[in-house]
Design a protein around this ligand. Sequence first.
Ligand SMILES: Nc1ncnc2c1ncn2[C@@H]1O[C@H](COP(=O)(O)OP(=O)(O)OP(=O)(O)O)[C@@H](O)[C@H]1O
Ligand SMILES: [Mg+2]
Length: 460
Amino acid sequence: MPFNPELCRNESEVESKLIVQYLLPQLGYTPDTWHQEVAVGSIRLDFLAFAAQVIPFVLDANSPLSVVMEAKHPKQNLNNHVPRLRHYLTSLNVRYGLLTNGKEIRIYQKLQADIQLIFQCSGKEVEIKIDQIKTLIGRESLKEGQLIDKSKVQIENNSNFETKRQHSMKTIAIYHNKGGVGKTTVAVNLAAALRKKGKRVLLIDIDSQANTTFATGLIKFQFDEEDDLRDSNIYHLLESGDFYLIPDVTRKSHYFNNPELDVIPAHINLIEGQYKLNQIDASKTRLVTKLKKVEQEYDIVIIDTPPSRDLYAKVALVAADYLIIPSDLKPFANQGLLSVKNFIIEVNEFREMIGKQHIILMGILASKISTNSKFLQYTFPKQRSVILERYNLPLMEAVIYDRTVLSECMNQTITVGDLEYPDPKSVIKYAEELKSDAQKSAMEFEILADEVLTGIGLNK
Ligand SMILES: Nc1ncnc2c1ncn2[C@@H]1O[C@H](COP(=O)(O)OP(=O)(O)OP(=O)(O)O)[C@@H](O)[C@H]1O
Ligand SMILES: [Mg+2]
């Protein structure tokens, strides 16, 4: 009797009968050249098979991973899973993706930043079409031209793969070109939550509004002449090749969080300085170079960025390994995502020029989300599906809700004599001081921190 995957009754039968027992062996993949349930960064793949590589495999532009196979429940419409497959192939640089629910089999090929359908058949045709499938994604046909270069990302051979770079420091940019979506709030409190979990965290402010600098308590002065940030901040780091290394410009955020954080401050003068930095080509890569020198000092670097596509945003996205895009999921923030996507393409072109792999998008982080129960029941799920389906972007699981305590803790003050000074706190510290409203919010940031740690392979 001919093999008919249309008889598979659920997702796990599609996986076991169609993929494991039929397709992988037919296509020439031996057990050491494919793996099930692979985690790479924040991405979870059902199956990953490789032509030239064997386990442990590497993520590398010169040796692209060969085929991702995603199995869905027979009742699932495959169209709904194309955006996620696109994200997997483009961000992990995988050449081909096979998507199936048993009833239908599709093969997509990765183009620059998109994917294209190159083959489609029904489940019952699989046996008569197998030679055609083999020509497209069979191990032998894909073997040619794939060189192994183990110098880049190393993924270990264990049942729960995580990316392991040669150095373990991970840099995450928090970016959206829409203003006021919560970038700074996320950056400072995520940094605080990671610090509380014992990670060595460096927080970098590269926005001339200097909101992260303020929020971490570094703007303690009331008058211009007391400004101790003007002569040593992120601008100087970018402006100088040999001087103003990271330890030279880093400050301690003493009271903001417990334990304290290391912060590189920004300054309003960044606006004026941009003209000069634009004339210096090397300014775009100085943060990369200087971060390399401290990769033994920190586990995680978080960069808060400006709401624009300017030089500073580019510097941040060139330096980062990962990107988180906070968004309130409202129409303007959504429309801004098209520009963010173009910006990522531009940044990736630049990264290729300097031999850096593409930035990995951890996802859109829903932020400033109303806690109204009707909204959460009806509107929020729709807003989330718009991101996936219309904008083809992945969403993070964690959600940062709209809680007034988040601006309250940032705007704490302390009175010394007859002067009032800013005395901001992270919501994590605020919650420890038994401000009960803060506890829910602190917990939401801890959940986010866990998702980030898992995504970057540091949650051990
Ligand atoms: N989850 C939240 N709940 C309540 N208020 C929030 C939340 N996130 C941010 N806010 C408030 O919204 C305002 C803008 O937030 P934030 O500065 O973090 O946004 P941003 O994206 O960094 O803005 P910009 O683009 O100007 O840098 C601030 O007043 C902040 O306190
Ligand atoms: Mg900000």
